[in-house]
Design a protein around this ligand. Structure first.
Ligand SMILES: CC(C)(COP(=O)(O)OP(=O)(O)OC[C@H]1O[C@@H](n2cnc3c(N)ncnc32)[C@H](O)[C@@H]1OP(=O)(O)O)[C@@H](O)C(=O)NCCC(=O)NCCS
Length: 203
């Protein structure tokens, strides 16, 4: 998707959304999050053992099954991105065959409040017409900035399930709530569920 227009003779910002899986020149966006701005990108294929890289193997399995990573460029510079996949190959143990799972969304701080996140959500919805709805996770009372429940609600998701968790090693004793966030788009869509045992794997 792209767009450029003139209002009263003044050029308005040019917004372009690309899918990083479509062109090798965007490969970098498949491997790092735009929050980590890097001066120089090191191509994955220059690693000695890139075929055993976790992300490489994940992408190899997930791209044929509906993984997408879309990046929004403003006047040629990246400012926002969204990553999503079918529930089968998403990064979260969310189950429901007709659901698309948003793994991540991020808008650079300086560019927030301009509807870029909403544009990316719309882009995801427009390209996934078969989906009964969209799911993601939301964190409450967590001490990081990641995927806050309130922010996900602002994007149109609502909590349909939650679990109270604690990390096993760091911040022991500090509890937070993980929410399964859901945005149905088809009438009567069945909310997704998740595999709690997988949620409890790891530290
Ligand atoms: C949430 C986020 C994507 C919103 O991006 P944005 O471009 O500023 O959002 P938009 O301008 O499209 O606004 C979308 C809606 O989100 C809501 N919103 C935005 N920031 C919010 C906030 N801090 N708290 C609650 N709601 C918020 C707004 O209400 C807005 O809805 P409205 O226009 O109907 O009022 C952005 O703040 C972000 O990147 N946060 C971090 C997300 C994260 O933790 N990602 C995890 C990485 S894995």
């Amino acid at each position: 998707m792209s767009g450029k227009s003139k209002v009263n003779g003044v050029a308005s910002p040019q917004i372009e959304i690309i899918d990083a899986i479509d062109d090798p020149k965007y490969e970098q966006f498949l491997y790092w999050c735009i929050i980590h701005r890097r001066a120089k990108w090191i191509p994955i294929t220059s690693y000695t053992d890139y075929e055993n890289d976790f992300r490489y193997r994940y992408l190899k399995a997930a791209i044929p099954k509906g993984f997408h990573k879309k990046v929004l460029f403003l006047n040629g510079d990246y400012v926002a991105m969204i990553e999503y996949a079918s529930a089968e190959v998403s990064g979260y143990p969310i189950t429901n065959d007709s659901v698309i799972v948003m793994n991540c969304i991020w808008v650079l701080r300086k560019d927030r409040g301009n509807n870029y996140a909403k544009l990316l959500i719309q882009e995801m919805m427009d390209s996934e017409k078969e989906a009964s709805g969209f799911a993601t996770i939301g964190l409450e009372n967590h001490w990081t900035v990641w995927l806050k429940r309130k922010q996900m609600e602002g994007l149109g998701f609502k909590s349909v399930r939650s679990i109270e968790l604690m990390h096993k090693i760091r911040h022991q004793g500090r509890r937070f709530t993980l929410h399964l966030m859901w945005m149905p788009v088809k009438e009567g869509a069945k909310p997704p569920t998740w595999d709690e045992s997988k949620l409890l794997e790891g530290t």
